[in-house]
Design a protein around this ligand. Sequence first.
Ligand SMILES: [Zn+2]
Length: 90
Amino acid sequence: MAHEHPVAMSPCITCGRPFMYDPERVVSVLIDTATGWYPEPGRRHHAARVPACHFCVRAANVERRKRGLPLGYEGDTYADLVRRLARDEW
Ligand SMILES: [Zn+2]
């Protein structure tokens, strides 16, 4: 049914494009709110989780695959949203 998940919208941490996501399932990056960078050890308590859009997550995974690095989580984070957008279930 519609509206069974909360939906949020904010700019992507990587590309800055605003996008819609389910805040409980979106891929997010840990950012030090003072520096805007990944937090130094011991500064995790200053860090906040900032969401990344599915374009950037997939693009990062393409690069990681090329370099043989472990892939970031893509999973079904956005699948529901894409399906719901397609069916206009907002
Ligand atoms: Zn992005």
